[in-house]
Design a protein around this ligand. Structure first.
Ligand code: MG
Ligand code: MG
Length: 248
């Protein structure tokens, strides 16, 4: 069952989303050659806690940090640590915050200094795929209209859409029903209605869609070693159209 949120619940999710967005922006502004992912993690935690919110990922299934920091061929769930960012890297940062029990969840891939044109193109396409998915969050549309819109934009330049990890409903839990795949047939799935909230999050590989997990039990990398990008927003379906909750 897809839980529909009331106006007051959406208000709390908007607050959680705003804090999540601020943390992500400030991490993005701190991304530079020479910075470690642990430093970025501390910054995100500081921003979230100083706003009176709680980091959503820390302790979630024992994840040890506030952000996921996934570098280059890492797709998602990278653990922050002593890794030093270098000019030309791309870094996917995923962060979430909880306010009064309600969750925000957002991710973005950042360039570290100057990056190669193929990395920029991958990031641009993944961002555009997210925007296409968001645009389908309209009452009366079907769930896989979101999925198909994402897939069409991401695959058009020849990229691979990750299958094993998908978007999700979100609210009083980080992961609620339904799963929101980044691929699938338009016109299928549950009918969207006002009050539904989804974390929409294409993960797009420059090469093939396949992924594998590293021995740390968390970090997911592309199977072929190609670059990967990840963009995510928490989005409410409303009568007046898609409402992105994870904006400042
Ligand atoms: Mg996320
Ligand atoms: Mg998510």
């Amino acid at each position: 069952m897809i839980i529909r949120k009331s106006a007051s619940e959406l208000e709390l999710m908007r607050t959680a989303g705003r804090i999540t967005a601020r943390a992500l922006r400030m991490v993005g502004e701190a991304v530079a050659p020479g910075v470690t992912t642990a430093e970025l993690d501390r910054l995100a935690e500081q921003v979230i806690r100083s706003a009176g919110a709680v980091p959503a990922f820390k302790g979630y299934h024992d994840f040890p940090a506030t952000i996921c920091a996934s570098l280059n061929e890492q797709v998602v769930h990278g653990i922050p640590g002593p890794t030093v960012l270098r000019e030309g890297d791309i870094l996917s940062v995923d962060v979430g915050a909880i306010v009064d029990g309600y969750y925000g969840d957002s991710a973005m891939t950042f360039p570290v200094g100057e990056v190669a044109p193929d990395a920029t193109a991958l990031m641009d396409a993944t961002r555009r795929a997210l925007e296409a998915g968001i645009a389908a969050c309209i009452p009366g549309m079907r769930l896989y209209d979101i999925s198909a819109a994402i897939q069409r934009v991401a695959e058009e330049p020849g990229y691979g859409v990750v299958r094993e990890y998908v978007g999700h409903g979100i609210g009083r839990a980080m992961h609620e029903e339904p799963q929101v795949p980044n691929f699938g047939p338009a016109g299928k799935g549950p009918t969207l209605a006002a009050g539904m909230v989804f974390a929409i999050e294409p993960m797009v590989n420059a090469g093939a869609p396949g992924v594998r997990a590293l021995d740390d039990g968390w970090t997911v990398v592309t199977a072929d070693g190609s670059l990967s990008a990840h963009f995510e927003h928490t989005v409410a379906v409303t009568e007046s159209g898609p409402l992105v909750l994870t904006l400042e």
